[in-house]
Design a protein around this ligand. Structure first.
Ligand code: BG6
Length: 482
């Protein structure tokens, strides 16, 4: 394995303290970081490495569940340097050039606003930081439309080969999301019942309790469709719907995912109202506390905004396997619970033999991605009874990942993704075509909503979204799982 150095841009930002450094620290604690791996934290401020480390420790301790082990912390900070560089100044990375070692792989991690991606790449090139072997890892969003995402990808392509570009969708790093591949492709009985002949519909819900958390400036005008559907929900949909890849090589997986995105039926203005619901939270009460509406959030500079904080979509994958099977997608902020789950609803039996009132409820597979990670399958069995000879009842087979194996916690997505990026394994990162095809589909939904006059409907914070969302699925004689 090649020796790697990690260079994190945006190292003083929120994501770095909340996710990136804690993940690296956990990897170090588990003995999974290469010996000799160095980390350069790059930020705009000029400060000493000691000042940076002290502040980082303080911030990290707020986000980490357990107290940080002092010994591991000392080992960790031995790896850590700080480089102040104002990316907007020419030759900002001269200092970094001196730090890099062309005999090792430089892994650049851009945890910065996307508006800085181009400047950073150009500056790295100008200051000859790209002369040795290197890879780049980027945070979302990659653009805000098909057009802007192609621009970002074009820029990246000027400086890096596609196989060296690691686009993060942190959902792919979640253990339970990877488990979807195993569930589908390592279990014959699941795999053989996975199509329109057995499945009635699929639901994917990504509900969050939080609001926009002080991110008004970013979120307004972006909304839940671009922030969550284009990337996270799309990836989940692809993993549920894709054909078995030939191997676990990145190309193989990406090719299958792209086919699904391309098979998504475009939403058009004439029918958009039957397929898409948009909502925006108004004030409400959560856990006994009053919470503000979207328009009362900190940083809000307007009295009216058409940005959705909730979206529900009825989608179809027009291919042989999924013909006629609706995929109901739903995601929102300020929902009653944090729940990410996939429901596979099987079809009802074609013929009932157990007598009146003894209908066998159709099987339902619930894949809980977070929290309470696990898989539940509802099964029908006979009630133990002499009196009722063949009375039926539904039981749940419950597989709880937290009680599985010898792990005391489920690793954070960023731990997996860092490890893979360091080891040069891009299979859990997103390819250019997937991103651009996903934008193509989302752009059409956005345009159809505008032309078809789908505005935002208010829903109370702490509720499951506007009533139209219930209608979207009720109309088809179905209902959301929660
Ligand atoms: C991010 C979005 O990508 O994912 C946030 O920008 C969202 O708005 C977050 O809150 C949700 O991630 P998770 O891992 O908490 O489900």
């Amino acid at each position: 394995m090649s020796a790697v150095d990690l260079i994190i841009f945006g190292a003083t930002g929120d994501l770095s303290a909340r996710k990136l450094f804690p993940a690296l620290f956990q990897l170090d604690a588990a003995g999974l970081l290469q010996d000799g791996l160095r980390i350069a934290a790059v930020g705009r401020q000029q400060q000493t490495v000691e000042a940076f480390r002290d502040e980082l420790r303080l911030k990290m301790s707020r986000y980490m569940r357990k107290e940080m082990n002092a010994e591991v912390w000392h080992q960790f900070i031995e790896r850590l340097d700080y480089l102040g560089a104002d990316f907007t100044e020419p030759h900002a990375f001269r200092g970094l050039r001196g730090w890099l070692d062309d005999g090792r792989v430089s892994l650049f991690y851009l945890a910065t606003p996307p508006s800085l991606f181009t400047t950073i790449c150009e500056q790295l090139n100008d200051d000859r930081c790209l002369t040795g072997p290197c890879r780049i890892v980027l945070e979302k969003p990659i653009g805000e439309s098909l057009e802007t995402s192609s621009e970002v990808n074009e820029t990246l392509g000027r400086f890096f080969a596609e196989q060296d570009i690691y686009r993060i969708d942190h959902y792919l790093g979640k253990e339970t999301v990877q488990n979807l591949l195993v569930l589908r492709f390592a279990n014959r009985f699941v795999n053989s019942q996975w199509d329109q002949s057995c499945i009635d519909h699929v639901q994917i819900t990504v509900a969050e309790k939080v609001g926009i958390e002080g991110r008004w400036a970013y979120y307004d005008g972006v909304g839940q469709l671009r922030d969550m559907v284009q990337n996270h929900l799309m990836q989940l949909l692809c993993l549920v719907a894709m054909e078995p890849p030939n191997s676990l090589e990145a190309e193989s997986i990406r090719d299958e995912k792209v086919k699904i995105v391309k098979a998504l039926r475009p939403v058009d203005p004439a029918t958009v109202k039957e397929h898409v619901v948009r909502g925006q939270y108004s004030q409400g009460v959560m856990n006994g506390q009053a919470v503000p509406g979207y328009l009362e959030e900190e940083g809000c500079a307007t009295s009216a905004s058409d940005t959705e904080t909730f979206v529900a979509i009825k989608a179809y994958v027009d291919n042989w396997r999924w013909s006629g099977v609706p995929f109901y997608l739903r995601t929102g902020k300020r929902m009653p619970d944090k729940v990410t789950e996939i429901i596979i609803q099987y079809k009802a039996l074609p013929h009932h033999i157990f007598g009146e009132g003894e209908s066998a409820e159709p099987n339902r597979l619930i894949i809980r991605l977070q929290p309470n990670e696990g898989i539940e399958m509802s099964m029908v069995s006979k009630r133990q009874s002499l009196k009722d000879k063949l009375s039926l009842q539904t039981h749940t087979l419950n597989f709880d990942f937290r009680k599985d194996g010898d792990i005391d916690r489920i690793p954070d997505a960023y731990e997996r993704l860092f490890l893979d990026a360091i080891n040069g394994d891009p299979s859990l990162f997103v390819g250019r075509e997937e991103i651009e095809e996903s934008w193509r589909w989302c752009d059409r939904i956005i345009a159809a909503c505008e032309q078809g006059d789908v505005g935002v409907s208010a829903y109370q914070a702490g509720s499951w979204g506007p009533s139209k969302s219930e209608l979207l699925i009720d109309r088809d004689g179905r209902s959301w799982n929660v």
